[in-house]
Design a protein around this ligand. Structure first.
Ligand SMILES: Cc1cc2nc3c(=O)[nH]c(=O)nc-3n(C[C@H](O)[C@H](O)[C@H](O)COP(=O)(O)OP(=O)(O)OC[C@H]3O[C@@H](n4cnc5c(N)ncnc54)[C@H](O)[C@@H]3O)c2cc1C
Length: 432
């Protein structure tokens, strides 16, 4: 292994795990390069599933991919660690010390050298420095946070049930992008399901959900028709949609609006926009935009850096119209595919391809109630509106594409069958 180049990928998320798998097959298995994947967690869960983890509709312990085992099969090596610094002149990255659950030192701070580095560390929720948000709100940036939400939700269900309380559970969500909208619908679904599992007194748990959006409409980044249809569906479910409502503070009791009105809540979630992690601001060799995302050139190299590639949510890719590529799983997937080519070619000093974002449209899944979306393509340059079963099928196919990229066809098929069987033999919601 000593004379072959070392490719270090940091972040095994929607994009990073796909890239590690592809480079593992292309270079790692053939001993043409050593591929190292670093992540601060031991297992991967596809981020667009986090709202389902948060409600207990899926169990991250069962659906997660264990990096170390996956790496052995797919030609890369996994290292647990949290990236915190970078020295581009010495070609090294620093990983913070890792402690175990009891706070005892597991791994000391380390530096790791690279020939080519790929940063794919994703994004985190942007609280825009709103007072109280860090202290009182849940976030859905990681499966740990999603599990914390699920535990609190289950505790509320248990409390209401065992005290035979007729009080509704009040949940307030700030940010009506895909995360907030999908979570609102998923919560109603799980509240209905609770009665099947002895968590509600013969009827669904009563929910009072406020979905709060500062802008004039929900799903502001998506076409208006899609937003209007989703709004209609949510309102019918019973979600209280509050548009043009700006939050100035989170308190123990709930959210305070800029007009001084308190929105009472038992649980609060903040999902109002994303940014790349703040520590990137301390790394001098990287140029960032206002959302801390790393500016890249057309071949996805960090600006003015020859050996550092950046992609997914943490990269700022400027498009011809002056906008940045949106932080989406479909962009991370496309970029991973391009980088499997570019990183390999760069090692051999061959030409690199330029990235071009292709918007395939957007799909929003309102749990079992409905799915709405707009598809972009040659036949529908302005977006074709879809709804119902076809939209649901397309929504599921996004996840299946990710599974195909990391497991291949045969295992994706086997997982599909296993999931269906588990649905029959296990409860349909996580109850612990
Ligand atoms: C609830 C929800 C629903 C969504 N739905 C959709 C959808 O329907 N369609 C769509 O296109 N997009 C959707 N998105 C957005 C999509 O999930 C992201 O755009 C996508 O995951 C970005 O991929 P990524 O690889 O850049 O980052 P991520 O998938 O976030 O992966 C980042 C990885 O880096 C690791 N990491 C982070 N920091 C460090 C560090 N310092 N050191 C080491 N490792 C680190 C993390 O553990 C993680 O594994 C959704 C997001 C959410 C939260």
């Amino acid at each position: 292994m000593q004379n072959i180049p070392k490719i270090v990928i940091i972040g095994g998320g929607a994009g990073g795990l796909e890239l590690a798998t592809q480079l593992g097959h292309k270079l790692g298995k053939k001993q043409r390069a050593e591929i190292i994947l670093i992540d601060k967690n031991r297992s991967h869960i596809w981020k667009p599933l986090l709202h389902e983890v948060a409600t207990g509709s899926i169990d991250a312990d069962l659906d997660g991919v264990i990096y170390s085992a996956h790496g052995v099969k797919h030609g890369y090596r996994f290292e647990l660690g949290e990236f915190c610094d970078l020295n581009s002149e010495q070609h090294t990255v620093t990983l913070a010390a890792v402690n175990d659950n009891e706070g005892k030192l597991l791994l000391p701070e380390r530096t790791i050298s690279y020939d080519k580095l790929v940063l794919a560390i994703g994004s985190v929720s942007n609280d825009f420095n709103t007072p109280g948000v860090k202290q009182y709100c849940h976030f859905l940036d990681s499966h740990k946070q999603a599990q914390e939400f699920q535990h609190e939700l289950l505790n509320h269900f248990t409390r209401l049930h065992q005290l035979k309380s007729e009080q509704p559970l009040r949940i307030a969500i700030v940010g009506a992008g895909a995360t907030g909208v999908e979570l609102s619908a998923e919560l109603f679904h799980i509240a209905h399901m609770a009665k099947q599992y002895g968590l509600a007194n013969g009827h669904a748990v009563q929910l009072e959900i406020d979905l709060i959006e500062a802008g004039p409409r929900i799903l502001p980044a998506l076409p208006e028709k899609l937003s209007a249809t989703a709004r209609n569906e949510l309102t019918q479910l019973g979600v209280n949609v509050l548009e043009n409502t700006r939050i100035s503070e989170a308190t123990e009791q709930g959210f305070m609006t800029s007009e001084g009105k308190l929105i009472d809540a038992d649980m609060m979630l903040w999902a109002a926009g994303v940014k790349a992690p703040d520590f990137l601001k301390n790394i001098d060799c990287l140029e960032l935009n206002r959302a801390n995302q790393i500016l890249v050139s057309g071949d996805l190299k960090a600006r003015n850096q020859d050996d550092i590639f950046v992609f997914g949510d943490c990269c700022a890719f400027l498009q011809a119209d002056g906008s940045f590529v949106p932080p989406r799983a479909q962009a991370a997937h496309q970029m991973a595919k391009l980088l499997a080519h570019n990183v390999a070619n760069d090692l051999e000093h061959r030409p690199l391809k330029q990235y071009h974002y292709v918007d395939r449209g957007s799909l929003v899944n309102l749990s079992g109630y409905s799915t709405v979306g707009s598809l972009m393509g040659n036949l529908s340059k302005n977006g074709m509106f879809i709804e119902g079963k076809i939209a649901r099928l397309m929504y599921i196919s996004l996840y299946r594409m990710h599974q195909m990229a990391i497991h291949g066809l045969a295992k994706t098929g086997a997982l599909f069958i296993a999931e269906k069987l588990l649905r029959v033999v296990r409860p349909k919601m996580k109850l612990h």
